[in-house]
Design a protein around this ligand. Structure first.
Ligand code: ATP
Ligand code: MG
Length: 101
């Protein structure tokens, strides 16, 4: 019988890499040093109480708002300051109407 060891190490370049992301609105810190890796095909949920920064993080990843500091890489490419059209991310907003219903 042959047992083949499965690799236990992650690929070195994740699909999404968020490094030390900070976002401040005036004197308020909405994101404080957020770092995470997401591999291709991985399904990730951000859970947390209202106001904890989920949307702020997603908007920064999509390029809708620039982070105050920190870096975002997509498949090894630094997309930190690219406009949304030059990134490969989209957002389905939780409120999809132009005006509140
Ligand atoms: N443009 C802005 N100007 C000032 N403060 C902001 C701005 N956008 C977000 N904030 C503040 O940043 C914090 C994070 O907001 P965010 O919308 O990211 O939270 P959330 O986790 O998505 O909340 P929810 O679950 O209600 O959608 C909140 O305190 C919010 O008031
Ligand atoms: Mg939100």
């Amino acid at each position: 019988m042959t047992i083949t060891a499965q690799p236990t190490t992650k690929p070195s370049t994740p699909f999404l890499r968020v490094r030390n992301l900070v976002k401040v609105f005036g004197s308020f810190s909405a994101l404080k040093d957020i770092s995470l890796d997401v591999e291709e095909g991985e399904f990730v949920c951000f859970l947390g109480p209202s106001g904890c920064g989920k949307t702020t993080l997603l908007r920064a990843i999509a390029g809708l708002d620039l982070q105050t500091s920190g870096a975002i890489e997509q498949a090894g490419r630094d997309i930190s300051v690219l406009p949304p059209s030059q990134r490969d991310f989209g957002i389905v907003f939780q409120s999809y109407a132009l005006f509140p219903t």
